[in-house]
Design a protein around this ligand. Structure first.
Ligand SMILES: Nc1ncnc2c1ncn2[C@@H]1O[C@H](COP(=O)(O)OP(=O)(O)OP(=O)(O)O)[C@@H](O)[C@H]1O
Length: 224
């Protein structure tokens, strides 16, 4: 699905922040990406949806060499990847339901209101459909962001520290949704530095743990 071979990346053509990364995101698998703050987790996620392109090495996404993709092909690729960003970025003057539906409206697709209601119900936000984003709690914002990330039915869901500001119960509630998505067949990659969260999730779903250390990617041991 996403394959990297000896990929390196440096911002603005500078020294490599990440080097010699070999990665294979397996279809239908749950993955964690861990590593200290500033190690490059967000950068690696951005490479996965071709928001950044490798400086060195080879990378394919859904079978295509990302270095060879046209702008239109990159746009198509991004439709197959749903991203929950670290900073949830809503349009504060639009209600939650319209924010969640935004990927459809900006790409000129009709909004199936029943499907939208179902999606809001799934993330537990039925009562907040008409609310404005600033009135949501942290957990509600993250669940709205997850709904928005999956409204286009992506094959791959990337979540960048989705539980960063949430208490344990809210974190697990969000993880439960990601586990459900994975069980429905989606490939999931969650960046987090919270090892307890990884352990609690691994008790429920088989997950691969990737770790960034020393500027490259490792497969973490089974002890995690
Ligand atoms: N747009 C950018 N331009 C230049 N440097 C950047 C840019 N974005 C991130 N960096 C740098 O790259 C390094 C890795 O950042 P990144 O956000 O990928 O790490 P992270 O592991 O996600 O960190 P955190 O857990 O704190 O979110 C940091 O030193 C950061 O300052």
């Amino acid at each position: 699905m996403i394959e990297m071979r000896d990929v390196g990346f440096g911002y603005h053509g500078g020294a490599e922040l990440l080097s010699n990364m070999t990665l294979s995101l397996q279809p239908g698998m749950f993955h964690f990406l861990t590593g200290p703050s500033g190690s490059g987790k967000t950068t690696l996620l951005r490479l996965c949806y071709a928001d950044l392109l490798p400086t060195t090495g080879q990378m394919t996404a859904f079978g295509d060499d990302v270095g060879q993709l046209s702008r239109d092909a990159i746009a198509d690729l991004r439709l197959r990847v749903g991203v929950v960003h670290q900073d949830t970025q809503f349009l504060d003057h639009l209600p939650v339901a319209e924010n969640v539906a935004l990927p459809l409206t900006v790409s000129g697709q009709p909004v199936d209101m029943e499907a939208l209601r179902d999606l809001l119900g799934w993330v537990g936000l039925s009562q907040h459909a008409r609310a404005m984003p600033p009135s949501l709690s942290g957990g509600e914002r993250q669940r709205a962001a997850l709904a928005r990330a999956v409204i286009m039915s992506p094959d791959l869901v990337l979540a960048d520290e989705p539980t960063g500001n949430l208490d344990w119960d809210m974190s697990m509630r969000l993880m439960q949704l990601l586990i459900e998505l994975n069980k429905s067949g989606k490939t999931v990659l969650v960046a987090t530095h919270d090892l307890n969260l990884i352990r609690a999730t691994k008790a429920q779903v088989a997950a691969r743990v990737l770790r960034i250390a020393g500027g490259t990617l490792h497969l973490a041991g089974a002890d995690l």
